[in-house]
Design a binder for this molecule. Structure first.
Ligand code: HEC
Length: 82
């Protein structure tokens, strides 16, 4: 079941982080924190806000652009270089 796999992933990275903390390895902790964040976020995407797919954000972008029009800075990123 996907839920159990997600839990397992969080548990594994959690144990890894605990070990790193004990060794006080800042560089490794920095990298592992990315993995920890991914373990949280992957589960949230499946079970907390499953509707937030890439397609959802594409539609949201389009709706925002329709509403704000071409004056939106995000709609004309090239002009920001000036
Ligand atoms: C196995 C799945 C899973 C994992 C892994 C997971 N979460 Fe969640 N999390 C959920 C679900 C599902 C909800 C939504 C609960 C609800 O709807 O009330 C949630 C909700 C939350 C909330 C909101 C709580 C609130 O009061 O509304 C926070 C904050 C959160 N998670 C943080 C984290 C962090 C930080 C991690 C990693 C360290 C993590 N979660 C890992 C499943 C997970």
């Amino acid at each position: 079941m996907e839920w159990n796999a997600r839990i397992e992933a969080l548990r594994n990275v959690g144990l890894e982080v605990l070990d790193i903390v004990k060794r006080k390895d800042v560089k490794e902790l920095w990298d592992a924190s990315d993995n920890l964040d991914s373990a949280c976020e992957a589960c949230h995407r499946s079970y907390w806000y499953p509707g937030e797919t890439p397609a959802f954000y594409t539609r949201l972008d389009r709706r925002l652009r329709d509403r704000v029009g071409s004056s939106s800075p995000a709609a004309r990123p090239a002009s920001r270089a000036k």
